[in-house]
Design a protein around this ligand. Structure first.
Ligand code: FPP
Length: 233
């Protein structure tokens, strides 16, 4: 089985999963958080180098305040529960997205976890938090224009140079995108970075997406032929 270096996941279906069992949406998010641990451990075991998870989008602010509050507390819950295990497995935490409007407590716990795990060299677990791809691209363009104005960047811009202005610049290309819960959308996630990625959609809700399901997705990825716009060999 060919292991993707970088997997990105849109973790959808927490709410629908909870509803099916007459539980509140927060219960779905809680189980979804437990599953982040399971999938991170499994991906690391399989040799994946980067796992990027869509934890909160710039559009998620439209949800009811109570749900937003809960979603905002999740990264701290996750870190408090699993930091020791992440250290043991050599997993490094990083974030993409604008942390500015994230509550202080969550931000503090996150920044501490990033610092504590920074020398871990197995897998990098990236949380996309208050992340929106269009915003990331526009921010990148603005930074580039500033650099040009300050004579710090050449003109014209190339694709390779622009990638350095994206928040994912230190990570390898995304090989595989997984979206759970059977919606066929990218939802403003990593639009530039997913240009050549393989896409995998499953009807399974995120809290039920097990390690075996991850292996199934990777097996399908392994069997696909990636041509990057060229011809078959
Ligand atoms: C989509 O399901 C899920 C989210 C908006 C949040 C996902 C967050 C987690 C799984 C936890 C993240 C964990 C960490 C550690 C940061 P939905 O609520 O839109 O489900 P629905 O479409 O069925 O209503």
């Amino acid at each position: 089985m060919k292991i993707p270096q970088h997997i990105a996941i849109i973790m959808d279906g927490n709410g629908r999963w909870a509803k099916k069992q007459n539980r509140p949406r927060s219960f779905g998010h809680y189980q979804g958080t437990e599953n982040v641990r399971n999938i991170a451990i499994k991906a690391n075991e399989l040799g994946v180098k980067v796992l990027t998870l869509y934890a909160f989008s710039t559009e998620n602010w439209k949800r009811p305040a109570e749900e937003i509050d809960f979603l905002m507390s999740i990264p701290a819950i996750f870190i408090e529960r699993f930091l020791a295990e992440l250290m043991e497995k050599g997993i490094r935490i990083k974030t993409i997205g604008d942390l500015e409007p994230i509550p202080e407590k969550t931000k503090k716990v996150l920044l501490r976890a990033i610092e504590t795990t920074k020398d871990n060299s197995n897998m990098t677990l990236v949380f996309a938090l208050n992340y929106g791809s269009r915003k990331e691209i526009v921010n990148g363009i603005n930074k580039y224009v500033e650099d040009v104005n300050n004579n710090c960047a050449p003109y014209p811009l190339t694709e390779e140079l622009f990638e350095k202005y994206l928040e994912t610049s230190e990570f390898p290309e995304i090989d595989l995108l997984i979206r759970t819960s059977l919606d066929y959308r990218l939802s403003n996630f990593l639009l530039w970075q997913l240009s050549y990625s393989e896409l995998y959609f499953t009807d399974i809700y995120w809290p039920q997406f097990t390690g075996d399901e991850l292996v199934k997705a990777i097996e399908e990825f392994s069997n696909r032929q990636r041509r990057f716009g060229g011809l078959n060999e």
